[in-house]
Design a protein around this ligand. Structure first.
Ligand SMILES: NC(=O)c1ccc[n+]([C@@H]2O[C@H](COP(=O)([O-])OP(=O)(O)OC[C@H]3O[C@@H](n4cnc5c(N)ncnc54)[C@H](O)[C@@H]3O)[C@@H](O)[C@H]2O)c1
Length: 363
């Protein structure tokens, strides 16, 4: 089992990574369960596959678990679901020193983390991520939240988990498409700040998604994110780099019909766009952008908006979505772009006319 610490003073915690590590990981932390009980929140799909194993594992170490099962999918990151969850925690008479467990992908982690943060002004939670995306990215760093009609993740807060257990055995049931989508966030980590890691991923081609390469890449991506989060927990500076490609990605997700494209697929297309726009601005070598597109292709990820499952895009509508991005300042679009592979930077005050022209040329 690999331990990656997230160093945040009193809010520090470990990410425990490995295959079949659930039992060992949870036995290490009995103090997290002062009343020998917990509530597991998961979605219907994950419940059918993994809830029983987790409940049994907890039972073996003397912890009784209740469960709350919600609908899978992005639509569950809503005020309605949040209210239901908080109410159910309160129905169980949860105390502030207790932990709840988020068992699932990024949707469950974001929703449960937020519900935990506002219940009785904050109860603790453990992340047990079950998608590749959530193991490498969303379970680490404490960003929690829900979507509103104004945009994705527009309501939320920072609430760090007490522990993250990323057990690769849970990924065995993950559909191929979800696995590839999660891998986009691993590529993202390398593209932001680790050119050597990207070179290694490139040489593995499609086997990057299989063992032993995958576990190694998960640990590397988590360590990369943990360092950035430790340096800038609240995203006042360097943490914004983790949004490489995301302003484009969120626009694609918002403009596509519901549930047609996966978040990681949008991120993949967004990464390709960020590199192409960087080339367009003359700050990044074209060869680097071509290498990014080639690796996305090699692992079966979209290398631009036209290779997403939805293909009919309206430039003005996309740019209007980009105008709503949380990173923007003084009404101007902020993008995370790249000077090359492993060298992301924050680009303020984007020239909108130029961006629109660029987007037109790509669509
Ligand atoms: N908090 C953050 O820092 C952060 C970072 C990145 C993304 N996110 C959020 O994460 C969400 C996307 O997360 P996701 O891609 O994990 O999606 P998801 O949680 O919707 O999971 C994808 C699908 O896979 C199913 N699933 C989950 N685990 C499975 C397993 N082991 N076997 C079979 N099926 C399984 C789920 O039921 C769901 O249908 C988005 O809402 C995004 O905004 C948050």
């Amino acid at each position: 089992m690999i331990t990656v610490p997230v160093k945040l003073a009193a809010r520090s915690y470990n990410v425990l990574i490995g295959r079949d590590v659930l039992n060992d990981a949870l036995s290490q932390v009995p103090k997290l369960f002062p009343r020998q009980r917990t509530i597991i929140v998961t979605d219907k799909v994950v419940a059918a596959l993994h809830l029983e194993v987790l409940t049994r594992t907890l039972d073996k170490i003397g912890i009784k678990a209740q469960s709350i099962i919600i609908e899978p999918g992005e639509a569950s990151k809503s005020f309605k679901c949040l209210e239901k969850l908080v109410d159910t925690f309160l129905d169980h008479n949860i105390e502030r020193n207790e932990v709840v467990i988020a068992l699932g992908g990024g949707v469950i982690g974001d929703l449960v983390g937020f519900a935990a943060s506002i219940t009785k002004r904050g109860v603790d939670f453990i992340q047990i991520p079950t998608t590749l995306l959530s193991q490498v990215d969303s379970s680490v760093g404490g960003k929690t939240g829900i979507n509103t009609r104004h945009g994705k993740n527009f309501v939320g807060c920072f609430h760090q988990p007490r522990l993250v257990v990323a057990d690769q055995a849970l990924l065995d049931t993950l559909p191929k498409r979800e696995r590839a989508a999660g891998y986009a966030e691993i590529i993202k980590a390398a593209l932001i700040g680790d050119a050597t890691m990207f070179e290694r991923l490139e040489t593995y081609e499609s086997s990057a998604l299989t063992e032993p390469h995958l576990s190694q890449a998960i640990a590397e991506a988590v360590a990369f994110k943990a360092k950035i989060v430790a340096d800038d927990e609240r995203e006042h500076g360097v943490r914004a780099l983790l949004n490489l490609g995301h302003t484009f990605a969120h626009a694609f997700e918002a403009e596509a019909p519901k549930d047609i494209i996966r978040h990681g697929e949008a991120v993949a297309a967004g990464l390709a766009m960020a590199f192409q726009y960087s080339v367009h601005l003359g700050v990044c070598p074209n060869l680097d952008s071509q290498r990014v597109a080639a690796h996305l292709n090699a692992v079966g990820l979209p290398d631009g908006p036209l290779s997403l499952a939805h293909k009919t895009w309206n430039t003005q509508a996309l740019v209007s979505r980009m105008r709503d991005d949380k990173k923007n300042q003084n009404g101007q679009i902020t993008l995370v772009l790249a000077r090359g592979i492993g060298s992301a930077y924050i680009h303020h005050a984007t020239d909108e006319t130029d961006l629109v022209n660029f987007m037109e040329s790509m669509l």
